[in-house]
Design a protein around this ligand. Structure first.
Ligand SMILES: *Cc1c(COP(=O)(O)O)cnc(C)c1O
Length: 240
């Protein structure tokens, strides 16, 4: 696996991202402390993570379990790790061990497996249910109609806590195109929280190009990769 060191000014970029979040909060009257920044370090090396950690960044997001398993042991133990990519059930045990949060739970089977693994580890695991609000076929995430079954399981979970919802809207050039999907996630959250009596306080939504829109629509986690570390280079793709 080829992981890249970053050539970006990580400290400067983190400052800029935090300014963008603060400006969006100011526009809609939110407290910037309600919005936590996940630095998405996928494809980037442990050295890149350490550079961000030295600038005060503590929360990191990874989308692949195997890559994270290589990287996390080489990073300071004070960091908090969030899995944001699709999780296959055969990697659930490793994911439960490595991560503090899993943002991408989309089935009853995965929820049960994570509960079993977290219990075996004597660990508390925070999960978000990933919802496919757009109905786009290619997207991961549970369709909204499948989510009530998962919420119904919450009271049987001991080591896993369902903390909220996550979504990834369809790729669009104009960040405004993401707004209806973010808003829909918040509305679903409000309805489900009332119906099932679970707080679902966290909304994980927004990436580098649409984080302001996500903050305006209620995001509590924004997941920012390229805005911090620079454009990603995937193996075999050459430099952008
Ligand atoms: C890669 C990724 C991000 C970060 O995307 P950027 O455009 O680099 O900010 C956010 N969320 C998920 C689920 C991702 O896979």
């Amino acid at each position: 696996m080829n992981l890249n060191d970053t050539t970006a000014d990580v400290g400067g970029n983190l400052g800029e991202v935090r300014r963008r979040i603060a400006a969006a909060c100011a526009r809609c009257g939110r407290d910037p402390r309600e919005v936590r920044l996940l630095a998405v370090s996928k494809t980037y090396s442990a050295a890149a993570v350490r550079a961000a950690a030295e600038c005060g960044q503590r929360l990191f997001g990874e989308n692949r379990v195997q890559e994270a398993a290589m990287k996390i042991p080489q990073c300071p133990s004070s960091l908090e790790w969030h899995l944001i990519g699709h999780l296959q059930s055969n990697k659930a045990a490793t994911a439960a061990r490595l991560f503090d949060w899993v943002h991408s739970v989309d089935s009853a089977k995965l929820l049960r497996m994570l509960e079993g693994h977290a219990a075996a580890l004597g660990k508390r695991l925070n999960v978000l249910l990933e919802v496919n609000v757009s109905g786009e076929i290619s997207k991961s995430g549970a369709p909204p109609e499948a989510v009530p079954e998962l919420l119904g399981m919450a009271s049987d979970l001991r080591n896993v806590e369902i903390r909220g919802l996550m979504t990834v809207p369809p790729i669009a050039e104009d960040p405004e195109e993401a707004r209806p999907h973010f808003r829909r996630l918040r509305e679903l959250r409000d309805a489900w929280a009332a119906e099932w009596g679970v707080p679902l306080e966290e909304l994980s939504m927004g990436m580098t190009h649409d984080m302001e829109v996500a903050v305006e629509e209620g995001a509590t986690f924004v997941r920012v990769g390229t805005g911090i570390f620079g454009a990603r280079v995937y193996p075999g793709q050459g430099t952008p």
